[in-house]
Design a protein around this ligand. Sequence first.
Ligand SMILES: CCCCCCCCCCCCCCCC(=O)SCCNC(=O)CCNC(=O)[C@H](O)C(C)(C)COP(=O)(O)OP(=O)(O)OC[C@H]1O[C@@H](n2cnc3c(N)ncnc32)[C@H](O)[C@@H]1OP(=O)(O)O
Length: 195
Amino acid sequence: MTAQQPDYPRGSAPARLPLHSPRCMGCGPDNPAGLRMRAFRDGDEVNADVVFDEHHVGAPGLAHGGAVAAACDDLLGFALFVAETAAVTRSLSIEYLAPVPLHETHRITARIQAQDARRLNIAATGAGPDGTVRFTAEAVFIVVSLQHFLRHGDPDGVWRLLDRLTDGNADEALRTAAELPEHPQPGTEEGGWSS
Ligand SMILES: CCCCCCCCCCCCCCCC(=O)SCCNC(=O)CCNC(=O)[C@H](O)C(C)(C)COP(=O)(O)OP(=O)(O)OC[C@H]1O[C@@H](n2cnc3c(N)ncnc32)[C@H](O)[C@@H]1OP(=O)(O)O
């Protein structure tokens, strides 16, 4: 069985956030072993529902702790749309409060707690179907510019992501980014998504 995430419940009006990439382990619909989370922004919070399945087994019938951490890391990454900056996880700490059964929907909700220069503290909770919190996450993300992804990752993939984020203006965004430092200061022109 493959994870198929439920749509956001009716009656609410959150904004769907763009994928990190089609094959992202957390949110990519084209990754058959991924978590296929759909992330939404709701005010200053972001959230996604996750259903762990046979791809994510730890103890029989239960989600692997690493899969839970991956789900948290990915959703924490979506909080960067609230901060309007690119950043990467420097540290991630998970509290496993209760076992996480496969095939149950867990709602993960994340929020930025603090920002100090390049450092963002982001926290998340993961609740089971009855609302009981089964895991929490705390992370430090460090602001980076586009250069980080271009230098260390796949430039073509970055171009495609940027094209989606800038409504088809990736070339212009990349031209600008080529002149920027890899480690910008948040709140500056080079620290935002548009850099
Ligand atoms: C625009 C379009 C984008 C397009 C593209 C986007 C792609 C979007 C894909 C996202 C996907 C998401 C998925 C989930 C998010 C991942 O999973 S991200 C992947 C996992 N993380 C990584 O790969 C990061 C690897 N680490 C690194 O590259 C480097 O260590 C870092 C994080 C860039 C930092 O490098 P650095 O700047 O050389 O580090 P350093 O100078 O030691 O520290 C910087 C600052 O952070 C502070 N710091 C460091 N560690 C800590 C800590 N643990 N606690 C507190 N403070 C700390 C330092 O004190 C320092 O502070 P200041 O002195 O500047 O005030």
